[in-house]
Ligand binder design. Structure first.
Ligand code: PHE
Length: 337
């Protein structure tokens, strides 16, 4: 019996070492260690072994099982290692990896973030409104008469249902006042749309930043101080001037210029924003949509301003053509990373 077991062990080990696939190895496991395998059959022979020989035969059975199990494990590991090595064949894992290009914020986003962070420091918080607007929010409530040229179909994109793509972010002024009582100090960055031909300084979709401040006793001095501080934070120690202008929704109204040198040229005045004191007619319109008298022009006053973020970016970075900002050419965008 002992000899037969030794023979079984040797046969098994020889067979296992000759195998080279996982399937063959599994076959050998079943053949030798399986329930109906050769070792199980040999154990059955214990019945006929003389009592005094049983311990020795039992020990031999264990030895054979352990030896076969170890051989199977070893061979399995060897096969797995060989497979891994084959998968790496021809690959030099010590080479440095290929660089993963890192993204960065678009220059427009960078300028917008800067502008927002300056205004937030002054206590303005962000407000939002829809890009598809009603005529009420974009024009009527903003004291813009029906025959105003901006309302023309040749200037504004209208939908068949009478709604339109907002031509400026000033509509957010109205929306905010309709839902929130004063005091109000908001900024609203966002897209605006006009039927403009595409050229170096015009796009039919552009970006604006609106500001609105409403409280008791807000004066023109507050407006001037706020915008002067803002532009000096954005452009350094620049001169800022206010030129009288007209907007339907502010009175008095101004255009704001800053004196800047662009790319080594002599400093010149550059128009950069529109602004003014909120026209009482706007407060009256808002008042009609509310069931309180919070926006009575007798009680409150305010200022508003609006500027093009694209223009701020062109000035900040000396970008000569607006179209560069929407072409997504990495050779251009990479310069701002
Ligand atoms: N909405 C004006 C424009 O688009 C800018 C503006 C905003 C002017 C607020 C005055 C007050 O040109």
């Amino acid at each position: 019996m002992l000899d037969a077991l030794e023979q079984l062990k040797n046969d098994a080990l020889a067979e296992i070492s000759s195998h080279s696939t996982e399937a063959e190895l599994e076959g050998a496991r079943v053949k030798f260690l399986g329930k109906k395998g050769q070792l199980a059959a040999a154990s059955g022979g214990m019945r006929d072994v003389a009592k005094e020989d049983k311990p020795a035969v039992g020990a031999k059975l264990n030895e054979v099982r352990t030896a076969i199990t170890e051989a199977l494990d070893e061979k399995n590991t060897a096969l797995t290692n060989a497979k891994d090595a084959a998968a790496f064949d021809g690959i030099d894992a010590s080479l440095p990896s290929r660089p993963i290009p890192q993204g960065a914020l678009h220059p427009l986003t960078q300028v917008q973030h800067n502008a927002i962070s300056v205004l937030r420091r002054m206590g303005f918080s962000l407000a939002e409104g829809p890009e598809i607007e009603t005529e009420w929010h974009c024009f009527d409530a903003l004291n813009t008469p029906t025959d105003h040229p901006a309302r023309n179909e040749s200037d504004t994109f209208y939908f068949e249902n009478g709604k339109l793509l907002r031509t400026h972010t000033s509509s957010v002024q109205v929306r905010t006042m309709e839902t929130t009582p004063p005091p109000i100090r908001i900024i609203a960055p966002g897209s605006a749309f006009r039927r403009d031909e595409v050229d170096a300084t015009h796009l039919p979709v552009f970006n604006q930043l609106e500001g609105l401040y409403v409280d008791e006793d807000v004066t023109l001095a507050d407006l001037k101080g706020t915008l002067e501080f803002f532009f000096q934070e954005m452009f350094g120690d620049v001169e800022v001037r206010f030129r009288p202008h007209f907007f339907p929704f502010t009175e008095p109204s101004f255009e704001v210029d800053v004196k800047l040198e662009i790319k080594g040229q002599a400093a010149k005045w550059i128009e950069i924003a529109g602004c003014g004191m909120v026209d009482p007619a706007v407060f009256d319109s808002v008042g009609k949509t509310r069931d309180d008298k919070e926006y009575s022009p007798k009680k409150i006053s305010g200022f508003a301003f609006g500027m093009g973020i694209d223009r701020l970016a062109m000035i900040t970075y000396g970008i000569p053509d607006l179209r560069l900002l929407i072409e997504n050419d990495v050779r251009f965008l990479g310069q701002f990373a």
